[in-house]
Write a protein that binds this ligand. Structure first.
Ligand code: NAD
Length: 287
């Protein structure tokens, strides 16, 4: 299959490489011309990429960039192209982009991922997919080169909805785990003992069991590597803002998500959290 890949950053590059490893001919484009991936056919612009491929993946930083690309290059898309957007963006922008493409008989799937850079490199991402079911069935096999779990979530935007809800839980449970460590410290409870109890009791969560924010405890995680991401606090803040915008638009009541957003905003903007893994928010509870 001839596949296009736009956005070859921390996530996009390893995903595109896994598609290429699977025997697909992958045409890549990124505005950062310093990105060199000899395993891909790099193209100089989006129109020349679109001419070559049937399906094009995007893995971009924001909804604004995804929408700008579609608006700018809609004339270069043909009905043979299908867009699969794996970026984490808001549901409304996904619906708007889908609408622009539909007017030209072009299908789109939203397919954000969970699993981070580690999962992207090892081909162990989880994809949550929204859009036309027939289009999903047609291209499902492509996700399997990059991930080990693919969940069809429903109509356009439902992949993004699943991602936003998942990461709202993740942000809130990471904060709850960190504040529990802070309280345990004050109570003189050994951190290892705290992990042993909580990870096997009703307080367990992915944040505690698989990604423990306290260094030297539990399986290896970014906390054991000076909080080098992993999944950065900046990206967690971005996803929490997406959740709160969605909650505002739909009038959903999400006080924990809202507080998590405020705490990550403070951590990123005033407490040197930018560039650190999102589990580093533990530092704000230790001081
Ligand atoms: P990144 O910043 O490393 O990569 C984004 C790439 O897009 C960059 O190489 C950039 O040059 C390129 N780009 C920007 N504008 C472009 C344009 N107009 N045309 C072509 N290329 C352009 O970001 P990332 O960590 O790879 O994240 C990408 C997406 O994946 C984001 O939406 C993020 O929320 C999501 N995500 C990231 C992680 C993670 O752990 N990093 C995990 C899950 C989801």
């Amino acid at each position: 299959m001839k596949v296009g890949f736009i956005g070859l950053g921390n996530m996009g590059a390893p995903m595109a490489l896994n598609l290429a490893k699977g025997g697909n001919e992958v045409f890549g484009f990124d505005t950062d011309s310093s990105i060199k991936l000899p395993e891909l056919s790099m193209t100089s612009c989006i129109p020349s990429l679109l001419k070559e491929v049937d399906v094009v993946f995007t893995m971009l930083p924001s909804g604004l960039i995804v929408k700008d690309i579609i608006n700018e290059f809609i004339g270069d898309f043909s009905s043979k192209n299908t867009l699969i957007d794996c970026s984490t963006i808001d549901v409304k922008t996904t619906e708007e982009v889908c609408e622009i493409l539909h007017k030209k008989d072009i299908f789109m799937l939203d397919a954000p991922v969970s699993g981070g850079v580690k999962g992207a490199k090892s081909g162990n991402l989880t994809f949550m997919v929204g859009g036309n079911n027939g289009v999903y069935e047609k291209f499902k096999y492509l996700f399997e080169y990059m991930g080990n779990r693919v969940v069809y979530c429903g109509k356009t935007g439902s992949g993004q909805a699943a991602k936003i809800c998942n990461n709202m839980i993740l942000g809130a449970t990471m904060i709850a785990t960190c504040e529990a460590f802070a309280l345990a410290d004050k109570l003189g409870l050994d951190r290892e003992a705290m992990f042993e109890v909580v990870s096997t009791s009703s307080g367990y969560s992915w944040s505690m069991n698989a990604y423990c924010p306290a260094p030297g405890i539990g399986p290896t995680a970014p906390s054991d590597n000076d909080y080098i991401p992993g999944f950065s606090s900046d990206l967690m803040l971005k996803d929490l803002i997406l959740s709160q915008n969605a909650a505002f638009e739909t009038k959903a009541i999400t006080p924990m998500g809202n507080l998590a957003m405020k705490l990550y905003k403070d951590f990123v903007e005033t407490k040197n959290g930018s560039g650190l893994d999102f589990s580093a928010i533990l530092k704000t509870f230790e001081t």
